[in-house]
Design a protein around this ligand. Structure first.
Ligand code: KG4
Length: 341
């Protein structure tokens, strides 16, 4: 079954064709990062306008790269929530019009369920149930994936997402948006040159937790602590040691996330852990999770970085399982900026 999916929830326009939920026939992604980097973050109105310009050529590209024509498609899918409302509406409006014109069923997909499905594309043997840590620029969620379509939230961030903490720290250190990848590179440099312990001593950072909600996270305090450390150095007329500060930040985030992910695996008695979303590309988080999972006999699945960022192949994969369970969108489908799983 060939599903063409469209993703436009934030600052990537994407279209992809996936066969039977697992085989990627094409995956076209157009990042808008250069456009938004000028402003230090995503500008919603600019994002919507660029999606509007890009969606038709990207769909044509996805079909051409898959070697298919419109008549070879069995269904369409689209990300309908959560995300920037104007951005989502571009994809949803296009998908509804295309489904109507082609006489095809339309499947609505929750963006986070799409991120979970990126692991189905990377690992053919993977199937629910499992614990999933979904970490991106907009979300930090610990999930119990009971089946392909039934997902329960175990914990979430009380304020900012982990990716926001990386991006804000990067900004204060003069690194262009989105700075997570560069913070990761600097942190590796800091660990290699100064050693982890020295970085942690030079820039101690908090690791908040909640006694009543052990799977919840909070990153706003961490974000503020990095900003304060950088400002304190500036007041003394010094530049912060960027590699050491980045190493301390990556360690704090990796500590908090690895501890909770493994605790969730113990609580649910599930020995499979999936990590997805843009922040899953972080090398220290990957290392820490690998060590902890090995120690506890948990099988760890982290998709490659290309599948961790926003893409439409993951949306097409999830749509296949939604389709099998009978989910169809009416032609008055609306987009939603926020939505429970
Ligand atoms: O999933 P994603 O591509 O977009 C959404 O937020 O939906 O995630 C983007 C986030 C950004 O905050 C970016 O800085 C962060 O992922 N990121 C990283 C790394 N690569 C991307 N954060 C830490 N380390 C990385 N290697």
């Amino acid at each position: 079954m060939n599903i063409l999916a469209i993703e436009s929830s934030c600052d990537e326009t994407a279209a992809a064709v996936v066969a039977d939920g697992r085989r990627v026939l094409s995956s076209a992604v157009l990042s808008q990062i250069d456009l938004h980097a000028l402003y230090g973050g995503v500008v919603p109105e600019i994002a919507s306008r660029r999606h509007l310009e890009s969606v038709v050529p990207l769909v044509d590209r996805a079909l051409a790269e898959a070697g298919l024509e419109k008549k070879d498609l069995d269904a369409l899918a689209v990300t309908c929530a959560p995300g920037l409302i104007g951005a989502l509406l571009v994809g949803v409006s296009f998908a509804k019009a295309a489904a109507y014109a082609l006489g095809l069923p339309l499947v609505p997909v929750h963006h986070i369920k799409g991120h979970i499905a990126s692991a189905y594309l990377a690992f053919p043997e993977l199937a629910p149930p499992f614990v999933c840590l979904a970490v991106s620029g907009g979300n930090t969620l610990l999930l119990h994936v009971k089946s392909y379509t039934d997902v329960k939230t175990l914990g979430s961030t009380r304020d900012d997402a982990a990716g926001e903490a990386f991006d804000k720290a990067a900004r204060v250190l003069g690194i262009p948006y989105p700075g997570g990848k560069e913070i990761d590179r600097l942190a590796r440099q800091g660990r290699e040159e100064r050693g982890l312990e020295a970085c942690l001593r030079a820039y101690p950072l908090p690791r908040p937790s909640f006694a009543d909600a052990p799977f919840d996270t909070s990153f706003s305090g961490l974000k503020t602590a990095v900003v304060n450390l950088a400002h304190r150095e500036a007041q003394k007329g010094r530049e912060p040691d960027k590699p050491a500060l980045a190493a301390s930040l990556c360690e704090a985030v990796a500590d908090m996330l690895a501890e909770r992910a493994l605790a969730a695996s113990r609580r649910t008695k599930l020995k499979t852990l999936v990590v997805c979303g843009g922040v899953a590309a972080n090398s220290r988080l990957r290392e820490r999770l690998t060590e902890e999972a090995k120690r506890e006999g948990v099988s760890l699945f982290i998709p490659p970085p290309a599948l961790c960022g926003d893409n439409a192949a993951m949306i097409a994969s999830q749509a296949y399982y939604e389709y099998l369970s009978g989910v169809r969108a009416p032609l008055d489908l609306n987009a939603s900026a926020q939505s429970e799983l």
